[in-house]
Design a protein around this ligand. Structure first.
Ligand code: AMP
Length: 281
């Protein structure tokens, strides 16, 4: 694997490969890699001739500075994992390389409804930060295919919208969520849970599983309210539990029994904010 820190250097290298008609698969990450990230790498390897992973903890997408400061960094281990996964390139930029003109004058993207609900509502500015970094990364990495996780369901929708806004030819592939043996969605933030919190954390996946199992045509609100109560009673501080249309995240009060749904949860266990979702059916 070739490690490149400078944007200009990786752009030159990848552009030459693209001109030779080699397809480029790109997996952007913030590091602290786990098997969920590895599944995206495997998909990139399957689809593309050349695979690129980036590790960049993007300051502009953290609405909470403490969350940014505490973001786990495990670079040496990450490099080992990426080598083993057979990635061709690791892009490891500095903030100044991504945002060479500083972070005060970055573009704003019209994300409409998507920015007003769920993660958009509870993490103001987060999706603008996601778009700022993704736009910049895609200027540097001429990716044919981009691999992201369903774990961040709304983020995938936002990036899909960004690709339309910037008229990008890059194809977005949404890869399914990898889970621990007990069902907890893998996440870099899980490293910040103590033993007791880690045991409790699985309750999010259990609640989502229960929604998926019990949902029927008819009113949805009682189901999401019961799930919220269950999380609150188990020591979580819930930001939201919602059942929405899977295609546009419209919050539905009634279900016709046919339209594809997604159940979404965001909740704190002490200082650690966890998110997860499940598609229905
Ligand atoms: P992050 O490093 O948290 O920004 O995540 C980088 C990418 O990995 C994002 O596209 C995430 O959606 C994806 N990802 C995170 N957790 C998982 C998981 N458990 N399964 C699959 N993909 C994941």
């Amino acid at each position: 694997m070739i490690l490149i820190k400078r944007a200009t250097a990786i752009f030159k290298e990848l552009r030459a490969l693209a001109l030779q008609k080699r397809t480029i698969g790109f997996v952007p990450t913030m590091g602290a890699l786990h098997d969920g990230h590895l599944s995206l790498m495997a998909a990139a390897k399957h689809y593309n001739d050349i695979t690129v992973c980036s590790i960049f903890v993007n300051p502009t997408q953290f609405n909470d500075p403490k969350d940014f400061e505490k973001y786990p960094i495990t670079l040496e281990k990450d490099i080992e994992i990426l080598e083993k996964a057979g990635m061709d390139y690791l892009f490891l930029p500095e903030v100044t390389d991504i945002y060479s003109d500083g972070i005060d004058q970055l573009p704003n993207y019209d994300l409409g409804y998507l920015e007003t609900i769920f993660e958009g509502k509870y993490r103001p500015g987060h999706f603008q930060g996601v778009c700022q970094v993704m736009n910049r990364l895609l200027e540097i990495i001429p990716a044919d295919d981009l691999f992201m996780g369903q774990k961040d369901f709304q983020q995938c929708m936002v990036v899909k919208k960004l690709l339309q806004i910037i008229a990008s030819k890059t194809r977005l592939h949404t890869c399914e969520t990898l889970r621990e043996a007990d069902g907890l969605a893998m996440s870099s933030r899980n490293m910040r849970l103590n033993e007791l919190e880690r045991k409790k954390a699985v309750h999010i996946a259990e609640v989502l599983g229960r929604i998926k199992k019990t949902v029927n045509a008819g009113p949805l609100l009682p189901i999401s309210m019961a799930a919220t109560d269950s999380l609150n009673n188990n020591g979580f501080k819930v930001d939201y539990v919602a059942i929405a249309a899977a295609d546009n995240l419209e919050v539905l009060e009634e279900w016709d029994g046919k339209r594809p749904l997604v159940a979404l949860v965001a909740a704190f266990l002490n200082n650690v904010r966890l998110i997860d979702n499940m598609l229905i059916p």
